[in-house]
Write a protein that binds this ligand. Structure first.
Ligand SMILES: C[S@@+](CC[C@H](N)C(=O)[O-])C[C@H]1O[C@@H](n2cnc3c(N)ncnc32)[C@H](O)[C@@H]1O
Length: 572
């Protein structure tokens, strides 16, 4: 019997006894692999709202009488979204029945996507993944099965992270209403391994205020609190940058250099909002991509942050003039630039679909760049890639890891330069005293190397920037146990001896915060660090003079060399 015939009853079933996975894995009638049935049902469920609309609009069910709604949903899912397409021979009646409608189904999916304001299928996928999960609620009721059998990748499932939007509500209010029927558990591990019938569980995060972890199977995108912007689905690691940056002194402005889709922007707004709307200052949110800026604007409005956030649609951060008087009040800058996205859970498939063009852009731009000039501060070209203890690192195949080592080194080098360039530009805002830098990459080339290169740059020295040490960080971030890789910092320092005395690799590494993916912490792969300097009076003339010296080879390079990188980001 076909996989689809076997999976369909699980979609139809009103049987809620036990979790979906226990019902599938304990079924005695399956001929297909239970893990395959389980993955298909979970994925199709995540997409059911949109695909049902697509199926209805194409009137496929009226024309293909042998298809039930569930069968059609499963088939359309695989036809339009699965990497390998439909798992049946070309002549299989189900495959024939659905494939002949492919053109209309694809067109309807595009319409459904645009109607929801998503510029690309990748954006929609990210949104869907944020709103649901391919992981099961619990593995406890599958005690007899190895984790690998339940989760074929061997990874721990990813909790559903919820940030309470304190611009619109409070944690107490949400715990008393939206989450009133949830039982509290003491750790993520307990959350991921607890299941009792239909009972719901949550864990209050110990590191970021107002952050809640729910079971992976929790589908919150349909609930009122989400639709009204009271809660925001945001991965734990993605909440670190705004929290680490910290609420700036009241009245000071913030810049979010790379803002769309806006999770960190609205988190910053929520932190600033606690000062009271009148005295918060503004957040200027730059987004180079105009379409993504529309998503950003919608998110800002939904979050109730319109009175704090000013969206600069189509604005390239690198084209802002730091000494323009309009930025005189900017005290903090958040830099969350485009990156390889190697830390994102479920990234592999997405990359395979979307990255070829971007990779082409990066490699062609970077080879053009090499012909022109060599920057003073080159991120180390071929660093040893340390093992950060990511459980599944060997199994992860991001596009970068699939490339030849020369291709991936070239691409990472290009990304590193872009990221370093953003930081050096941020250093020039004369009245800024804090900068947070983050990526959803696990590669040291985009993380420790960039941070250390920035600290030893002439701009950092002249402008007085240094790393924000662990002991100076806000309590939750100082307490986080996974820190940066010292060896990676040492590589950069040893390549630039004497450039800036007093920079200590151990101190820099411990100031860096890392998150690993696929572990019991329930985070994605992520990196964040912050820079700080004392408040000082810097005349515009002095800043201007400084900005034209030093690392001009980096900062003076043609802006268009950096075009093409803007979509390689991971968005949470
Ligand atoms: C990793 S995403 C940012 C995610 C966002 N901070 C969040 O938490 O929702 C990077 C974004 O930066 C934008 N971007 C890239 N280069 C930029 C530049 N030079 N100026 C402004 N935006 C840029 C990209 O278009 C992309 O939307």
């Amino acid at each position: 019997m076909s996989l689809y015939y076997e999976a369909a009853p699980f979609l139809d079933s009103s049987d809620q006894s036990g979790s979906l996975q226990s019902r599938i894995f304990n079924s005695e009638h399956l001929k297909s692999k239970p893990s395959q049935v389980f993955a298909l049902v979970v994925e199709a469920t995540k997409w059911s709202e949109i695909l049902s609309e697509v199926i209805q609009n194409t009137k496929v069910l009226q024309q293909e009488r042998k298809l039930s709604p569930s069968l059609a949903l499963l088939l359309v899912h695989d036809l339009l979204l699965a990497k390998k397409g439909i798992s049946a021979p070309v002549s299989h009646p189900l495959r024939v029945a659905i494939s002949k409608h492919k053109a209309r189904l694809t067109a309807e999916l595009t319409k459904a996507r645009l109607k929801r304001g998503f510029a690309s299928l990748t954006d929609l996928k990210t949104h869907i993944d944020e709103g649901s999960s391919s992981c099961a609620r619990s593995i406890k009721d599958c005690d007899s099965l190895a984790v690998e059998e339940v989760y074929p990748t061997g990874q721990w499932p990813h909790p559903r992270w919820v940030r309470v939007n304190t611009l619109r509500t409070s944690s107490k209010e949400q715990l008393d209403t939206t989450f009133a029927n949830y039982k509290h558990v003491g750790s993520i591990e307990e959350l991921l391994t607890t299941s009792k019938g239909t009972e719901k569980f949550l864990h209050l995060d110990k590191h970021v205020p107002g952050l809640i972890a729910c079971s992976p199977s929790e589908n919150l995108i349909h609930i009122a609190a989400y639709r009204q912007g009271l809660i925001i689905l945001q991965d734990k690691a993605s909440c670190f940058p705004a929290y680490l940056l910290g609420p700036p002194a009241t009245g000071r402005d913030c810049l979010d250099a790379c803002a769309a889709p806006g999770n960190k922007t609205t988190h910053m707004a929520a932190i600033k909002g606690t000062h009271g709307a009148a005295s918060t200052g503004r957040i200027y949110a730059c987004e180079k991509d105009k379409q993504r800026a529309q998503t950003l604007q919608s998110m800002v409005t939904l979050a109730g942050a319109d009175n704090i956030v000013v969206v600069k649609a189509g604005q390239d951060f690198l084209r802002l003039d730091p000494i323009d008087p309009q930025w005189n009040n900017v005290g903090s800058i958040l830099l969350d630039p485009s990156c390889s996205g190697s830390g994102i859970i479920g990234r592999d498939e997405e990359l395979a679909v979307t990255l070829p063009k971007i990779e082409d852009d990066i490699s062609s731009k970077s080879s053009r760049k090499r012909k022109r000039k060599t920057p003073n501060f080159q991120p180390t070209e071929k660093p040893n890639r340390p093992d950060f203890g990511v459980k599944t690192q060997g199994e992860e195949t991001t596009n970068i890891e699939n490339e030849t080592s020369q291709e991936s080194a070239t691409r990472l080098e290009a990304l590193s330069h872009f990221q370093l360039k953003l930081i050096l530009h941020a250093f020039r805002f004369p009245h800024a005293t804090r900068i947070a830098y983050s990526t959803c990459s696990i590669h040291p080339q985009e993380n420790e190397h960039v941070i250390t290169n920035a600290i030893v740059s002439p701009t950092a020295t002249k402008q007085g920037w240094r790393i924000l040490r662990r002991d100076e960080q806000v309590a939750g971030m100082a307490a986080w146990h996974i820190r940066g890789d010292q060896g990676a910092c040492e590589e950069v320092l040893s390549a630039s001896p004497g450039v800036r005395d007093g920079v200590d690799a151990e101190e820099v590494a411990s100031a860096c915060i890392r998150c690993e993916k696929g572990t019991k912490e329930g985070t994605q792969g992520f990196f964040v660090a912050a820079f700080v300097r004392e408040e000082r009076e810097t005349s515009s003339a002095a800043v201007s003079a400084q900005s034209t010296s030093g690392e001009a080879e980096i900062d003076g390079s043609d802006e268009d060399e950096w075009e093409g990188f803007s979509d390689s980001e991971g968005n949470f």
